[in-house]
Design a protein around this ligand. Sequence first.
Ligand SMILES: O=C(O)COP(=O)(O)O
Ligand SMILES: [Mg+2]
Length: 229
Amino acid sequence: MIRAVTFDLDGTLLDTIADLAAACDATMVELGRAPHGVDKVRRFVGKGMAVLVERCLTAADGRAPDAELLARAIAVFRRHYAVVNGRAAREYPGVRAGLEAFRALGLPLGLVTNKPAAFTGPLLERTGLADFFVVAVSGDTTANRKPHPEPILHACAILGVRPEANLHIGDSDNDLLAARAAGCRAFAVPYGYTEEGPVDTANCDALVSDLLEAARRVAEINRQTLPTS
Ligand SMILES: O=C(O)COP(=O)(O)O
Ligand SMILES: [Mg+2]
């Protein structure tokens, strides 16, 4: 039985790349570098804010930034992203209907994102998704981020489910590896941000076209595992 579902945010529920790229580009310009643009920034998203900013600087300078420059750039990024966060963000097709279908199945829902908490809450509020979730675990809620299992395990504990009874749905290998390491089931969506290449479907139980299909599959799995007596 699947008794709870956790969702990734960027690239799974919301297409946030325009806002992320706008903040990255404003950061680069403020630091005297050329902006990278959306298509390049898309490949940098997935391992949280610090890695995103570090990848922008490394791509601009041809070498990794030192700690002082990185800290300064992160502070600049935070300021810019706080302004644009949610401005152009859009739900992917099937997201709201899918979340409603999961809710109709009676399953508690959680969010597990590598985005820092300062941005997760406002984004969920601005896009009207906050009420779907019992818990939101952000990139700085636990000591480790996805692909480490800790944030998903933290969500499972708050949702009151054993990891084996939780399904995690995400767009990148970070989600699938975290889910596997946590002992959860994992579904992948094909439309988000995957860093260098497509997700390795060997790491997931199903590749689903959208959340509505995911909810249908969960309903089917739970029908098949209902006690027969
Ligand atoms: O912040 C990121 O790098 C990606 O966020 P996500 O975990 O919601 O996809
Ligand atoms: Mg994602």
